[in-house]
Design a protein around this ligand. Sequence first.
Ligand code: SAM
Ligand code: SF4
Length: 339
Amino acid sequence: MELIDPFGRTVRDLRISITDRCNFRCTYCMPEEGMQWLDRKEILTFEEIYRLSKICVERFDVDSIRLTGGEPTVRARLPVLVKKLAKLRVPQSANSHLAGKNIDLAMTTNGATLRLIADELKSAGLSRINISLDTLQSEKFFKITRRDHLANVLDGIDAAVQAGFTPVKINAVIQRGVNDDEIIALASFGREKQIEIRYIEFMPLDAQGHWQRNDVVSQNEIVTTINNVYPLEQLSARGAAPADRWRYLDGGGTVGVIPSVTKPFCGDCDRVRLTAEGQFRTCLFSTSEFDLRAMLRGTATDDQLAAEIKRAVGTKWAGHAIGNVTFVRPKRSMSQIGG
Ligand code: SAM
Ligand code: SF4
C-alpha cells in the first residue's frame, strides 16, 4: 500500500539521521560549542532503524533510503547497518522502477573520513554518496567548518569515486559573502572530476539562528553565473528530486541547484524523515513530530507502528513558508533533524 499525503503526494524516500554528532561544526548548521548531544541510549539502535525501515519499504513501497546526520560516518559499525538496510527489497507489486529489487540506499557525508570506509560501504551495498564541499580554499574551509580537513575531504571524494560509487555528487551550500565567489571554481572542479555539483540555497536551519534572506544566493543567480562561463541547457523536469539540473553545452557534464528558498519544490516532495532519536517528521521544517521510539521501546506491534506512520503522513502540510510572515523556524537545527 502506498503512503499518500493529504495533497496527493506519494512518499517514496525515507531520510534517516543515524547520529546527531559530527566531527565538523559548519557555521550554517551548528554552533562552535554547546551542542547538547543525545545520550547513546536515546539514539535508535540498528535493530530499531531496521525495523522501521522494513515497515516503510515492505508495507508502504518506500524505494529509497538516505542515511544522514549529524555525520553518519561517526556512527560506529556503520557498514553493519548499511549491509542490513541494503538487503531490503521493494515489493514486486510496487509502482516503482525498483519493484522486486533492492532499495536505493544513499548517504550524505562530509567526506572527512570516507577514505577509511568507502570500500567497505560499497561492499556492504551502499549505492550512492553525496559529499558536502562548499569551498576549495583551505582557509575558507576552516572558516566554514571550523575544522582543518579540506585535504581529507578531497581525498574522500577521490576514495568514493575509486570505490565505484555512481554517481558521487557534491553538495555545496552557497552563502552570500562567504563562498559565492567560488561558484565557478566549484563548477570547474566538478567538470574536471566528472562529478555533479549540487548548489544548495542556504536555509534557515542554522543552530545559531543567524540566517537572513540576504545571505541566500538564489538559483537564478547561481545558474546565470555559471552560464556566463560555461553555457548551460536545462534538463527536463526533476520529478520528486530536489535539484533542478542543467547540462554543460560543451559536454562537460551536469550541474544541479536545489532552490529550497526561492523556488520550493514542496509540491513534488516525496520525503519523510526519522531523527536519530526516533522522531518521525514529514518535512525538514515540521513543527510537530511523531515519537516512534516510544512505540518501538514499548509494546507496539508492526501494525501499530505502520498505523502511526500513516497517521503522521496524514498531517503532512502543503509546503514550508520560508519568507512569509507565517513561517516558523523549527526548534531543531539541520544536524538535529538530518539534512
Ligand atoms: N554531515 C553530513 C554532511 O554535511 O554532508 C550530513 C548531514 S548535513 C546536515 C546534510 C546536508 O545539509 C549537507 O550537504 C549540508 O551542507 C546541508 N546543510 C546543513 N545546514 C544547511 C543550511 N542551513 N542550509 C542548507 N543546507 C544545509
Ligand atoms: Fe556536520 Fe554536516 Fe552539519 Fe557540517 S553540515 S556541521 S558536516 S552535520
